[in-house]
Design a protein around this ligand. Structure first.
Ligand code: PRX
Length: 655
């Protein structure tokens, strides 16, 4: 553990506040205190009982088949994920229940019942079939936050065609890389979406990406903004033309529990994003059980709002699959929290009487900066439970969330998980746990987690180390698309027998868990996972750049900020005038605007060890203006001082 982590550890050690569950919630909670013992006594039996709450067309013969690192859950079982999320509720007489209150950024609204959702999904499944999409075809979805995005995902699930949702903020190049890696044959997109009060185009990026994706033979385009778009005859089809004329019913087939449901690309420690894939039965079991128990879902009363983008795993698991499988009413909001005013979220909560809000600490800290009076002007009394995800939540933000959004009455569930885990793994249970500000507390029932030292030995209470998951869980990734060796190496080789999460964690005196952030080269910027190597590759891709080193520097709002140190060909002074802004734009073009460095420093040299390794730790210290400590392994210690001087002088800074 580095100095920084040690400091974080000792600060957390002094946190003594506890918040017991409200009595009324505890009395009626879905998760009652016996649940941990029950799950521990028969782990597989407990998960099987969770799975049994879904609708299976054929039963499984074995709960788990485990040959490390290959897990198969509910072996031989068959189900249709979309039927479980939609048709099942209509058949049970809940067709009139609202599935989604959707709110577009410009203020347009749509309320969709489960019966309507069923018709929409059936039509879309028929449309995809007409266009030639078959079981196992990969469908890339590059969309804004509109109802058609959910419909498209469910239509794919219904057909057994794995979807590959690519966040709309990624560049054409990122989209192309993902399409090629998974060999997608179909793209679903929109002309554009609304962001910060303006229409923002998406289709041009698809057109650009597809110039080098010959296998994509069809593109379905939703009309959202009305922007003019390029059109390739024979390949491009308007969603409304093809989907609207389809029949409203569709006969769904059932698929194997291990049929691939989706692929989601995420950043690892190398430049190439990993295609994490999830399968049907185990994933749906995991997200449904965690959603029901952690968010204490009462489908007939609750209005649930995951304020995240569907383009990330949080949206997949807790906007789409978990909430729908539980027959929940959810809110989907297209835009940003500050459009048209900084009170947009509080208006939405009032309008739809939201009872449960789930968001990221970055957003909470932004609201803190905007001031207490904004939420204070609104009636937020419908809220009964709050959730946090994506980064460690600092006690100050936790307390603010509790007081100013939760009215000091709503429990907070700080949920730790990853794209790879599919669903929440560590979290309080709201009717049971006495929470501590900033702690994710305990593994979910049926989940086994541990904090270990360098040798893989469990640490004692009061100590820190690496978070591992000691046994397989239903929602776990089944692999990295097309790269089983990387799957085994990345997750299963560091601590043999256990899954290495890449996060640091601490067990406090009570044995409760506190997450401390990544221990690898993955940055967490506003809850977005970005690889330092990927940004370095994007920079080196620019013709003027010789070498680049990227670090994640602590940032009070975004957790980490991307800081790049760059040497240019021919030296700083003969750089041919390459500007910092040009390099930032280049990164945005290669990866997407979310990966733009906050700061780029042009420097004559990078600090290297005698064996030629760039010393990123030192660069992080420089970026965070810390004492440099031991520099004896440096090839040329004067390099660091030169960089520090340039940094201090603001050379090459942009913001
Ligand atoms: O570092 C952890 C952090 O987010 C990483 C996973 O990122 P991603 O796959 O994009 O999924 C984000 C949403 C599930 C983790 O390795 N992380 C996520 N939740 C928490 C967290 N760190 C601390 N506390 C959390 N509650």
């Amino acid at each position: 553990m580095g100095d920084e982590t040690q400091q974080a550890l000792s600060a957390l050690l002094h946190e003594r506040r506890r918040f017991g569950p409200p009595e009324e919630l505890a009395a009626r909670a879905n998760a009652q205190p016996g649940i941990y013992d029950e799950a521990a006594a028969d782990r597989l039996g407990w998960w099987a009982a969770q799975a049994a709450q879904l609708q299976w067309d054929e039963p499984w013969s074995e709960v788990l088949s485990w040959h490390l690192p290959d897990a198969r859950w509910f072996v031989g079982g068959k189900l249709n994920v979309a039927v479980n999320c939609v048709d099942r509720h209509v058949a049970a007489g809940h067709g009139d229940r609202v599935a989604f209150h959707w709110e577009g950024e410009p203020g347009d609204r749509l309320t969709i019942s489960y019966a309507e959702l069923q018709r929409l999904v059936c039509k879309a499944a028929n449309a995809l079939t007409e266009l030639g999409v078959r079981e196992d075809d990969k469908v890339a979805i590059y969309m804004p936050m509109i109802p058609e995005t959910v419909v498209a995902m469910l239509a794919c699930a219904r057909l057994g065609a794995p979807h590959v949702v690519v966040f709309g903020g990624f560049s054409a190049e990122s989209l192309r890389g993902r399409i090629l890696d998974c060999e997608a044959t179909t793209v679903i997109t929109a002309d554009g979406g609304f962001r910060r009060g303006a229409a923002s185009a998406l289709k041009p990026a698809v057109d650009e990406a597809l110039e080098q994706c010959p296998a994509v033979s069809r593109v379905l385009v939703v009309r959202r903004t009305g922007q003019a778009t390029g059109w390739t005859e024979g390949r491009d089809h308007w969603w409304h033309e093809v989907v609207n004329r389809q029949p409203e019913t569709h006969q769904a087939r059932s698929f194997d529990a291990e049929h691939v449901l989706y692929i989601m690309y995420t950043s690892g420690t190398t430049a190439k994003p990993k295609g994490i894939f999830h399968t049907s039965g185990g994933y749906l079991t995991h997200v449904t059980a965690t959603h029901r128990l952690i968010f204490d879902i009462k489908p007939e009363n609750d209005v649930f709002w995951t304020a995240a983008d569907i383009g990330w795993v949080t949206g997949h698991s807790y906007i789409v699959y978990g909430p729908l499988a539980n027959g929940t009413t959810s809110v989907i909001y297209e835009g940003t929290p500050d459009t048209p005013t900084r009170e947009r979220w509080w208006e939405i909560i009032e309008r739809y009487q939201v009872t449960i809000l789930y968001t990221a600490p970055t957003t909470i800290r932004t609201f803190m900066k905007w001031g207490d009076d904004l939420p204070g002007r609104h009636d937020l009394s419908s809220l009964r439970l709050l959730g946090s995800v994506g980064e460690p939540i600092n006690p100050e933000a936790w307390m603010w969330y509790r007081a100013h959004i939760g009215g000091d009455r709503c429990p907070i569930v700080d949920t730790w998980w990853q794209t790879e885990t599919g669903g929440v793994m560590i979290s309080p249970l709201p009717g049971i746990t006495a929470t501590k500000p900033g702690a994710a507390m305990r593994p979910f029932p049926g989940v086994e987690a541990e904090v270990v030292d360098n040798e893989g030995k469990a640490v004692g209470n009061g100590e820190g180390g690496y978070l591992v998951l000691s046994s397989p869980w239903p929602g776990m990734l089944r692999g990295i698309w097309g790269d089983p060796a990387r799957f085994a190496e990345t997750y299963w080789s560091r601590f043999p027998g256990s899954y290495f999460a890449g996060d640091g964690a601490k067990k406090d005196e009570d044995g409760d868990l506190w997450l401390l952030g990544r221990v690898d080269d993955v940055m967490n910027v506003s809850g977005h996972r970005i690889s330092t190597t990927e940004v370095e590759h994007a920079l080196v891709d620019h013709p003027a750049v010789a070498e680049a080193a990227v670090v994640g520097a602590s940032d009070p709002t975004t957790v980490q900020a991307i800081v790049a140190f760059v040497t240019v060909k021919g030296g700083v002074d003969e750089s041919g005038g390459v500007g910092v802004e040009e390099l930032r734009e280049h990164v945005a073009a290669v990866i997407g605007p979310i990966a733009k460095p906050r700061q780029i420093l042009l420097t004559p040299e990078l600090p290297k060890t005698r064996s030629g390794k760039i010393m990123r730790r030192l660069l992080r210290d420089v970026a965070e203006n810390r004492d440099l400590g031991d520099v004896t392994t440096l090839l040329d210690p004067t390099v660091v001082n030169a960089i520090r001087e340039r940094m201090g002088a603001g050379a090459g800074e942009d913001d």
